[in-house]
Design a protein around this ligand. Structure first.
Ligand code: GLP
Length: 248
């Protein structure tokens, strides 16, 4: 795991965008795994800018999003479909048929998960963008999720509902379930780019570096992946005492 230290959120986003662009340029049909939440918003802004400046095209890019709430339609402002369209896809030249996000309104969630996972197996993800939950979740894989999990429906942890309620009118509106890529699905990506910013993530960052690999802290599995880059800002690294592994 390479840990790259940056000053702040802006620098983290810029650095991540440069890495993504560099990889897209090297691949003929790149496949990106994408995340939502507040963390990757700056990355998407920077990628849009680079597209507008003709530095990059997304026309041959295929994307798979990590997760989606169940019960929310694509045009619900709190759905991850809506987030991705408004914050990224509507502003770049991606082919809409190359975009994949789990269907939160599927009539059969079991089938939806199997189908989604099969698509990913067939189109191996080159770079998976990840954020991290305060409790160490990746995607929506909450503590206790088996490392061998594939795309599945999850019951969201109370702390995740609480943390994500900031986007909703009130906490009762936050869905209690979601579809998420499984941990094994995520781990099959060629490269993982984990973005960590802000003091709220400082404890998770410290645990990521120092905890044993355990299903109690899902992100700890990343220690077993051969190609992970973590870009963390100073606030996120505030609780890490031993910075010898960190590239500053
Ligand atoms: C959500 C998403 C995750 C995201 C995490 C952190 O629950 N499902 O993919 O990484 O929260 O969100 P934020 O970046 O807003 O802190």
């Amino acid at each position: 795991m390479d840990i790259i230290c940056v000053n702040d959120y802006e620098e983290m986003s810029e650095k991540a965008a440069s890495i993504v662009v560099e990889h897209i340029k090297q691949l003929s049909k790149p496949t990106l795994g994408l995340a939502t939440g507040s963390t990757p918003e700056g990355l998407y802004k920077s990628l849009i800018q680079k597209y507008q400046q003709n530095q990059i095209s997304f026309k041959d890019v295929t994307t798979f999003n990590l997760d989606e709430y169940t019960g929310l339609s694509k045009d619900d402002p709190n759905s991850y479909h809506y987030y991705m369209s408004h914050r990224f896809f509507d502003h770049i030249d991606i082919n809409p048929s190359h975009i994949h996000i789990p269907n939160g309104k599927a009539s059969d969630f079991g089938q939806e998960c199997i189908k989604y996972d099969e698509y990913i197996r067939k189109n191996k993800i080159d770079i998976q963008i990840l954020g991290i939950g305060e409790n160490g979740h990746i995607g929506f894989n909450e503590p206790g999720t088996p490392f061998a999990s594939r795309t599945h429906v999850v019951e969201l942890a109370e702390s995740t509902i609480q943390a994500n309620s900031r986007y909703f009118k009130n906490i009762e509106e936050v869905p209690t379930k979601a579809i998420t890529m499984g941990i094994e699905t995520i781990m099959e990506s060629n490269m993982i780019l984990l973005l960590v910013s802000g003091e709220k993530k400082a404890e998770a960052m410290e645990r990521l570096l120092n905890d044993n690999v355990s299903e109690d802290f899902p992100a700890s599995i990343l220690q077993r992946h051969g190609n992970v880059k973590v870009i963390a800002d100073k606030k996120a690294l505030a609780k890490v005492k031993d910075l010898t592994r960190v590239l500053c």
